[in-house]
Design a protein around this ligand. Sequence first.
Ligand code: NDP
Length: 700
Amino acid sequence: MQSPNPSSSPRLDDERRQNFIAATMSILAEHGYVGTTLARIAERAEVSPSLLVHYFGDKDSLLGAAFWSLSESLWREILRRFATARDSRARLQAIIDSLLAPEQFRQREGAVWLSFWGQVPYAPTLKRIQHIYQRRMLSNLSYDLRALVPAQEVRPLATAIASLIDGTWLRAALSEWQEANSAAARTQVTAFLDSQIARHALTDLSPVPIPQTRTEMKTCHNWIDGQFVTTNGPRFETRNPATGELLAEVETAGKSEHTAAIASARRGQKVWSRMTGTERGRVLHKAAELLRRDNAELAHLETLDTGKPIAETSTVDILSGADALEYFGSQASSLSGESIDLGPEAFGYTRREPLGITAGIGAWNYPIQIACWKSAPALACGNAMIFKSSEMTPLTAVRLAAIYKEAGLPDGVFNVLHGAGDVGKRLCAEPEIRKISLTGSVPTGIAVMREAANTLKYVTLELGGKSPLIIFDDADINNAVSAALLGNFYSGGEICSNGTRVFVQSGIRERFLSELKRRVEAMRIGDPLAPDTDIGALISASHLEKVLSYVKSAINEGATLLTGGKRLTDGTFSQGAFMQPTVFVNCRDDMKIAREEIFGPVMTVLDFTNEEEVIARANATEFGLAAGVFTSNLARGHRVVAALEAGTCWINQYNITPIELPFGGYKKSGLGRENSRAALEHYTQIKTVYVALGDVESPY
Ligand code: NDP
C-alpha cells in the first residue's frame, strides 16, 4: 500500500488536522456558519486553502469533521467524569454536569454549537453526526435510568432530560447569553431528575410482570400453548460471549415437545384465522407497544446473549422488531383477493388464505429481530408459527412469546422450541407444517430446502453474502467511510448483508484509506454493556477462531493488514471473544477473504479503475444478497445498481433495511423476500373461486 502522504507521519497529520479544526471553530464563533469560508480558515491557520482541501475535501467535509470533533470532545469529558462515578445516579449527574459545565456553557461554545445545529436540516453530514450524538445521549441516559425508574418510564424520562438540557442552551442563546448561568442550569436539571426519581421510587420498581423473570431465566424452557413447559430431557448452556458467564441452561425440545407444539399450533391457528384482520392487527400493535415498553430490559438480555453493544441492541434490535409487528399489524386488515369479471355468465374471485402452521428458524446475530421479522407477517396473515431460535441465542424469542400472550394472542399461535439443527430438521420434515422460513448459512439453506421438498413445503431462505460496496472517485468521502464502517463493523461484522468487499476507485483510494484507518482506530472495543462501546464480543470463542483463521489466510495470500487483526486478551477481555476491527488492503478477488463469508469484523479493500470492470468483479460471486454504490453521479448510481446481481442495493447508503422495503437475496443468498408487502405473498395462498351465473352447458 502507498502511504497517503509520504512526507508526513500520521501523528503530524493528526496534529495538523486538529489545528485546522481549532481554526474552524474560532472562525465559526466569530462569523457564523455562512461567514465561515475555507479562505478565512486557511488565513487563521496560516496555510493555503488548497492544503485544507487536500486534508478535508471541501468546506462541508471540514465543518463535518469539526462538528464530529466537538461532539467527541464532549463525550470524552463525559467519559472522564464517568471514571469517578460510583453508581447510576452519579453517572447521570456526570452527564448533566458535563453538558452544562462552566467551560462549555459559554457564548463562544454556544455560538459554535448553534451554527452546526442550525445547519443540520440542510447538510446531510451534519445531520448524521447530530443523529449519532442524540442517540448516544439517549442511550447513555436510558442505561443509567434503568436502575432507578420502572422500565416504561426510562425512555420518556431520558428524552425529557435531553430536551431540558437542549432547551436550556437554546434559552441562553436567544437571550444572547444573558440567561446562561451554568450553576443554576445544573441545579435546575438536577432537581428535575431527582423529583422524577423520587416520584417513581414510590412505585414498584420490579419489571411489569412477564411470566418468566430474570432469575427463572437460569433455566430456559420451551414455550408451548401459551406457557413455559418443563422437560426432563437434555439441556444445553447459553453463555455470555463477553465474559464466559453461564446465562441459562436451556431445555432441548424433543419429539414430545415437537408433537405438543404441532397440536397446539393446529388449535391456535383455527381460532386465529377466524378472527378478522383488524382483530389480528390489534394484537400485533399491542405486542409492538409491549416490546417498546420492555426495550431496555430486552436489550440488556440480548446484549448478554450475543455480545453486541448495548448502544445497538437498545436502539435497533428490539425496536426494529417492534416496527415489524406494527407494519404487519397494519397490513392485516387490508389483505384481500381480487374480483375478476368473466362476462355475463360468470365472474371469479380470489381469496388470500393463510397457509396454516409455519415454522421460523433463526440465526444468532439478531435473535429477537429475526423472530419478529418472521412471526409478524406469518401471524398477520392468519398462520400459526413455531419458532426455533439459534442454540447460541435462545433467550429472547421466548420473551417475545410471552409478550404476544400479554397482547392477547390466542395460545398456540406462536410456540418456541429450543435446540440445535436436529430440532430445526424435525420441523422441516413435519408434514403439517406448510412453510419454513430460515435465516442462516447457505449449507443450512440447502439442507432445509432438501428436507422441505419431501413434504413439498414453501421455503423462504435468508442466507449468507459477500456483498460489494463500490466507491467511485466522486463519492462523498465521509459518507463512504461511514458506510464502509457500518457495513463491516456494526454488530461486530456479524451481519449477513455486510459490504465486506469494498471496491475503491483509484483516484479516491489514498484519501479513503487514510480516513478509514483513522476512524477504525478510534472505535472503542469493550464491555458490551457499557454505553460507549462500539464493538463488543463476537458470538463465541470458536467463531472468533474461525474469523482469525481468515486473518491468517489473508496474510499468507499476500494481503496487507492496514489495521487490526488481533484478538484482545488483556484484563477485561481475557474471558471473552473480542477482536480488533480489521482492514486488509492490496487484496485480490481470488483471495479467500474476498470470496468467502467471514461473518466477523474483517474488511477487504479492493482497488478498481472503471465502471464496467467493477460491475463484472462485484458480480463474480455465488452470493447476491446486497450491494452498495457511492457516487455523486445519480445516473451512474442507478445504472450500476441495475447491473448488480443483488437482492437489495443502496445508493449512497449501506445496510439500512426499513420494514417497508423487501429484503432477500439473489443467487445463493436466498429465496423469497422478508419485510414489506412482498412478505405477505410468502405467507398466504390464493384460492380461486369461479361463480357461474347461468346454466351449465353440457354436450352430454
Ligand atoms: P446456521 O445456518 O448455522 O444456522 C441457522 C439456523 O438453522 C440455526 O437455528 C440452526 O440451529 C438451524 N439449523 C442448522 N442445521 C439445520 C438443519 N439441517 N435443518 C434445520 N435447521 C437447521 O447459521 P448461523 O446461526 O451460524 O448464522 C449465520 C449465518 O446466517 C450466516 O451465513 C449469515 O449470513 C446468515 N444470516 C443471513 C441473514 C439474512 O437475512 N440473509 C441474516 C442473518 C444471518 P443451531 O444453530 O441452533 O444448531
